[in-house]
Design a protein around this ligand. Structure first.
Ligand code: F6R
Length: 617
């Protein structure tokens, strides 16, 4: 979603900002802009479209200045156009701001400001905030009050309901910028006589690895030579300076055409890293350090509730099968957005697991808060180190997938399933849902999963050929049973989000309760049908589709002859344990979506309307 970058130092700010905004492009956006301050005057350049369009706009301008802020906007209030793009200036020009998040009481605040004579250029909640800062500031000035800009920000933010990650420039105080956070992440990079501010660390890491993650209610006053941290209650805070271990090549394409393809190919490495130091092949054991303090409670849980959104929710569904099978603990999987707004029953013996790649998804974060307030133990499974969800949960396991830049989640999904598998196995062994022999066989099998994924990736040519055959369809159906039903949902999501082909995932047996009416010779049906205990049943489902002339693309276990004789196309994956099959079978589906989308000329890394980290509800 929206991206923030700010710079104060001695470099040419426009270069730092444009480079930073490019690094943030992966988050999804529809307009971009920067403000540059030079010799006590600030210029704003902004436009609808991409950072490239902004660069063109800057070409013949004198874009000088060593202080500046930049933003990529993903429209919420008001359409994507030049006026609604950030930065926003207050009516009399005193404040220039960029903002991530949503000001919920903005219409009430706007009405009040209009009564005071404020006129608005656009429709954004951010412009309301810029004018509110100015209104409060000028009121104090007119009353002769001696008040610092920091106090103005503090006083104004008390009037605001909602979420914000904000960077503010104040024209009367041209030598510093102010950053404030509530619910929308901000990280400050510390250089020598320079500071960087960003919505995540990607624009910062090529300059410094020393960072401070702001907490909710923090306000940072940043000049070239100092950083002063306080909070909304005006309490002084000691900055917690951390070292980040993120390398620049991890956020670059590394010779691949797209981030998504790179990330699909990174999955063997991502799973190995996620298992490293946790899955011990020699001693046949699993150690999850981040769960140490609550492991007994997890093993003794009466119920597990998994909350997540999108692809992470699909990983959660696999988790449900794993926890119920290995650990015999009743498990429910909830869309975080539904969970938070109904009145769910949460008992104190329940364990809530929040799954999120970004760790910033607004609905999942709100579900975490709600579960905490109800007294549940909340565990996080997250990819981004230091994000809000790991900080809000008392225990958790990081996936070590590395930065996921492509908007469509791939390696984060398989890393999440890897963590859930290790958790369910460890709990299963502890509470005797699994015998030692079963556990040890699973350890062996999980250990070699990355090699098996490598084998599938080597066969990508066959998947590309199938993609060529079906790339022009308008609709598709994905079917799976048991562990492979969530894989069907995930395959369908991948296809629709990057190729814009309508795709639906169903449990295969549900097909005859409605969707079968859609089958004709134009309908590709992608069936995930590796050998497991429902194999015969899914073969019957394939027959039902064939009888209605549907086109079958089947993902099957190597050497399968039965399905090969019925299906139009087959993609083989190596044999594995039923419970680990999602880790293999999703790979061809990711590739299928990728190839189809690129053949249709779609922007796979930044699909239309989508954002990487959904920080608004
Ligand atoms: C789909 C996708 C989204 C995310 C969802 C949750 O490819 O990436 O569906 O899975 O927005 O995001 P996280 O995992 O960051 O909470």
């Amino acid at each position: 979603m929206c991206g923030i970058v700010g710079y104060i130092g001695n470099r040419k700010a426009s270069e730092v900002l444009i480079k930073g905004l490019k690094r943030l492009e992966y988050r999804g956006y529809d307009s971009a802009g920067i403000a540059l301050c030079n010799n006590n005057s600030c210029q704003i350049y902004k436009c609808k479209g991409k950072v490239q369009d902004l660069e063109k706009l800057l070409q013949d301008k004198n874009a000088e200045g060593s202080i500046g802020i930049g933003h990529t906007r993903w429209a919420t209030h008001g359409e994507p156009n030049d006026v609604n793009a950030h930065p926003h200036t207050s009516m009399r020009g005193n404040f220039i701001i960029i903002h991530n998040g949503i000001i919920e009481n903005y219409s009430k605040l706007k009405a009040g400001l209009e009564e005071e004579g404020y006129v608005f250029k656009g429709e954004t909640d951010t412009e309301v905030l810029a004018n509110l800062f100015e209104y409060v500031y000028l009121n104090h000035l007119n009353n002769g009050d001696k008040i610092s800009p920091e106090d103005i920000i503090r006083e104004t933010l008390q009037m605001v309901e909602g979420a914000y990650g904000l960077v503010i420039l104040c024209n009367d105080y041209p030598d510093f910028m102010i950053a404030a956070r509530k619910g929308s992440p901000l990280v400050i990079g510390i250089g020598k006589d320079e500071y960087f501010v960003a919505s995540d660390a990607t624009p910062i890491i090529e300059y410094t690895n020393s960072v401070i993650y702001l907490n909710d209610d923090d306000i940072a006053i940043i000049s070239r030579s100092s950083l002063n941290l306080t909070n909304l209650k005006n309490m002084k805070k000691k900055p917690d300076i951390q070292k980040i271990d993120l390398k620049i090549d991890e956020i670059e394409k590394g010779g691949f055409d797209h981030y998504m393809l790179k990330e699909i190919y990174e999955q063997p490495r991502a799973i190995r890293d996620t298992c490293r130091g946790r899955l011990d092949f020699r001693s046949k054991s699993i150690h999850l350090g981040g769960l140490h303090n609550i492991f007994d409670k997890l093993a003794g849980a009466k119920r597990i509730i998994i909350v997540a959104c999108g692809t992470s929710w699909h990983a959660g569904l696999v988790g449900e099968y794993l926890f119920e099978e290995f650990a015999r603990i009743p498990t429910e999987v909830e869309y975080a957005s539904e969970f938070r707004y109904r009145n769910p029953i949460i008992n104190k013996d329940d364990i809530v697991i929040a799954i999120s790649q970004s760790g910033e998804t607004a609905d999942t974060l709100a579900a975490v808060q709600m579960a905490k307030n109800a007294g549940a133990i909340v565990i996080g499974i997250c990819n981004v180190v230091g994000a809000s969800i790991p900080r809000e949960t008392i225990a958790g396991v990081y996936t070590h997938a590395g930065p996921e830049i492509g908007v469509a989640s791939t390696k984060a999904f398989t890393a999440q399933i890897t963590v859930l598998t290790m958790m369910a196995m460890a709990v299963g062994l502890a509470n005797k849902g699994l015998t030692e022999k079963e556990f040890s066989q699973l350890v062996d099998e999980l250990y070699i999963i990355p090699e098996k994924i490598e084998e599938i990736l080597e066969r990508s040519e066959c998947i590309r050929d199938i993609s060529e055959k079906i790339k022009d369809v308008s609709n598709s159906i994905y079917l799976g049973r048991g562990y492979l039903y969530p894989v069907a949902l995930e395959g369908a999501l991948k296809l629709k989000e990057i190729s814009y082909i309508h795709a639906e995932g169903y449990p295969a047996a549900e097909m005859k309760h409605g969707p079968i009416a859609l089958i004709d010779e134009k309908m590709p049906v992608i069936v995930i049908a590796t050998k497991d205990n429902s194999y015969d049943k899914i073969v019957s489902n394939i027959q039902e589709v064939k009888a209605r002339k549907g086109v079958i693309i089947a993902v099957v276990t190597e050497g399968d002859v039965t399905i090969k004789s019925i299906a139009d196309y087959v993609i083989e994956v190596p044999k594995t344990d039923f419970a680990l099959a999602p880790l293999l079978t999703v790979i061809p589906l990711q590739l299928l979506s990728y190839y189809i989308a690129t053949m249709r000329g779609c922007n796979v890394d930044q699909p239309r309307n989508l954002a990487k980290s959904v920080t608004v509800e």
